[in-house]
Design a protein around this ligand. Structure first.
Ligand code: FES
Length: 133
């Protein structure tokens, strides 16, 4: 799998690589990825859970969120990895047009106004975007 595949898989653990930092442009295409994690001791069910996410660059920083709209739970993309509006200032849900602030994930317009995207902690290390803790 290359760094530019549409949907990268990362084990849901600290340090797993999502993509190269340079593959993300401010307000540009997102890198989609899947977190594979184990459902843990709380449920005592040992099964693997896949969480879909995306990473974007905005104003020189990298942010990542679960790819789940707080309105109805659909993925945001209107095309794979296309989550920004034309201005590159807001993340947009393709289903009903909710607009989210890229830094915080806060919905600032649309049917789920005031709701928030679920953030996935990432770090940039040695020009790689990695899962944080
Ligand atoms: S599902 Fe995202 S705005 Fe309705």
């Amino acid at each position: 799998m290359s760094m530019h595949d549409d949907h990268r898989k990362s084990e849901g653990q600290f340090g797993a690589i999502i993509c190269e930092r340079q593959s993300l442009q401010d307000g540009g295409k997102a890198m989609r990825f899947e977190l594979v994690s184990k459902q843990g001791q709380r449920t005592r069910v040992d099964e693997r859970v896949v969480v879909k996410g995306f990473a974007v660059a905005y104003d020189g920083n990298v942010y990542a969120y679960k790819n789940v709209c707080p309105h109805l739970g659909t993925e945001l993309d209107w095309q794979p990895g296309e989550v920004f509006d034309e201005s590159g200032l807001y993340l947009i849900c393709a289903t009903h047009g909710a607009a989210f602030e890229p830094r915080t994930g806060l919905c600032v317009g649309g049917p789920c106004k005031g709701a928030i995207l679920s953030k996935i902690a990432v770090v940039v290390d040695n020009n790689l975007v990695k899962l944080s803790n």
